[in-house]
Design a binder for this molecule. Structure first.
Ligand code: XMP
Length: 495
């Protein structure tokens, strides 16, 4: 009997696409210990990171608190865009000024020489500072007063003017002082703060020992050429005004935030944004070789991910998507030939997934759910059935789209009833500090580099080879035939 079901219809001759669990890294001869593996990597034309990790531009993941912590620990936070332009500028400024060496004039507490000792004492207590430059009406530095100078003692009465109590032989620093010289200067003179002055002795800022010591704590920090922390910001595909405001406020990288950037209008608009701003422009998300070809001539980086995210429903709602390992490899095939860095965005549950993303060709990875439960993520801790959680929602969920940013999904979303969500609202277990999560993530990635015998990210990308894993192999990869008695810091069976 003739077989009238032809399984070889052209439509069904389909290529296979793979994701994280489908592959493993082939272990190779190695002389590299994990701690020696250098994780530094390029994330866009002008920005490199100490650890190749970004926190997602989501309103339950990255605001300034997360972005500051990410940059201090060597990664990058990408501020979400469910906020108006003024709020965005404020958030960017918070990140950029967080660990500033020189506190700018507008933020320095100063006193007038005529002010009474009592008033100066009250002012310093109110502002929470231990000392203040004394400046005349022209802004020239006349002296410096510290809280110990104003404590009652024999020579100075609390009604006396500050000029009687201040130190008038002030040590000052020039505007181009760096952290090392500022530290040496303060150490030599046994002082806690140094006014920074211009050529005419006008006060322009202040350096404090406390600030310097704080910066030293973060030796991995990712900073710009002025020593300020790096900041990334999401902008909508058609938000030229937001892009300009973010650029003006000092953002280092603008991330075109679109669920499907392989769209003619999105690409035209991204190109226009790129030609208008000074910051680097990363275009995303894409997931194919063809999309990469259409953006690599102008993009400073590309972001990959069509539907792999933990809170995404894009693939089930639209029937479209690309399993993440194949998506990264396809995009990287093209991008690497143009020296355009690739960021793998979404779907990463374990450090092993992150290093597989790099092996597939990514230069850095972006994570949402991994960080949403940390202290630094926006939102409060909630308790359900005795367990602690934090809210985590897709930017394509109804709730997030109601707060703005629906154009990520290229829909006109004026009417609530019109929302066709591509994400869910959820909760994720509370995890404590970002630092401990990052430590596990980076440590696992370094161990992965060790198994492949690579000392740096570029060398790892070169050496890494995948093997395909069967369903039985996947099962074997996870703990099996045991009951876990103690939770590991980097493994959760129900992830
Ligand atoms: P993870 O898996 O790290 O993924 O939680 C974070 C990434 O998911 C993307 N994202 C979404 N994708 N619908 C989607 O299809 C959504 O509602 C949504 N919200 C975020 C985004 O790329 C993020 O970085």
């Amino acid at each position: 009997m003739a077989n009238d079901i032809d399984p070889f219809s052209e439509k069904l001759r389909v290529p296979e696409a793979l994701t994280f669990d489908d592959v493993l890294l082939k272990p190779k001869r190695s002389t590299i210990e994990p701690d020696e593996a250098d994780t530094a990597s390029q994330v866009s034309t002008n920005v490199s990171l100490t650890v190749p990790i970004l926190s997602a531009a989501m309103d339950t993941v990255t605001e300034s608190g997360m972005a500051i912590a990410m940059a201090r620990h060597g990664g990058l936070g990408v501020l979400h865009r469910n906020m108006n332009l003024d709020q965005m500028v404020e958030e960017i400024e918070r990140v950029k000024s967080a660990d500033e060496l020189i506190i700018p004039l507008e933020d320095v507490v100063t006193v007038d020489p005529e002010t009474s000792v009592r008033e100066a004492d009250n002012l310093m207590a109110r502002e929470g500072v231990g000392g203040a430059p004394v400046i005349n009406t022209n802004g020239e530095v006349q002296g410096i007063i510290s809280s110990t100078d104003v404590r009652p003692h024999l020579e100075v009465d609390e009604n006396d003017p500050v000029e009687k109590a201040m130190t008038d032989e002030v040590i000052t620093a020039p505007q181009d002082i760096d952290a090392r010289d500022a530290f040496d200067l303060m150490y030599e003179h046994k002082i806690e703060r140094v006014p920074v002055v211009d050529d005419e002795n006008l006060l322009v800022g202040l350096v404090t020992m406390q600030g310097i010591l704080q910066r030293r704590e973060y030796d991995q920090a990712v900073r710009d050429e002025d020593g300020q922390l790096r900041a990334g910001v999401a902008v909508g595909p058609f938000e030229l005004e937001r892009a300009e405001a973010a650029d003006e406020a000092g953002a280092d990288i603008l991330f075109i935030d679109c669920a499907h950037a392989h769209n003619g209008n999105v690409i035209d608009s991204a190109r226009e944004i790129k030609s208008t701003v000074e910051a680097d422009v990363v275009v995303g998300n894409i997931g194919t070789r063809e999309a990469a070809k259409d953006v690599v001539d102008f993009a400073d980086g590309v972001k990959v991910g069509i539907g792999p995210g933990s809170i995404c429903t894009t693939r089930v709602v639209t029937g479209s998507g690309m399993p993440q390992i194949t998506a990264i490899a396809q995009v990287a095939d093209v991008a690497s030939k143009h020296d355009v860095p690739v960021i793998a965005d979404g779907g990463i549950r374990y450090s092993g997934d992150a290093i597989k993303a790099i092996a597939a060709g990514a230069d850095a990875v972006m994570l949402g759910s991994y960080f949403a439960g940390t202290d630094e993520a926006p939102g409060r801790v909630i308790t359900m059935n005795g367990k602690k959680y934090k809210q985590y929602r897709g930017m394509g969920s109804v709730g997030a789209m109601q707060s703005g940013g629906g154009d990520r999904y290229l829909k006109d979303t004026d009417e609530d009833d019109d929302y066709v969500p591509e994400g869910v609202e959820a909760a994720t277990p509370y995890k404590g500090t970002l630092q401990s999560e990052l430590q596990q993530l980076v440590g696992g990635m370094q161990s992965g580099m060790g198994y492949v015998g690579a000392e740096s990210v570029p060398e790892f990308k070169e050496r890494a080879e995948f093997v395909r894993v069967s369903a039985a192999g996947q099962q074997e990869s996870h703990p099996h035939d045991v009951v876990i008695t103690d939770e590991a810091p980097n493994y959760k069976p129900d992830n």
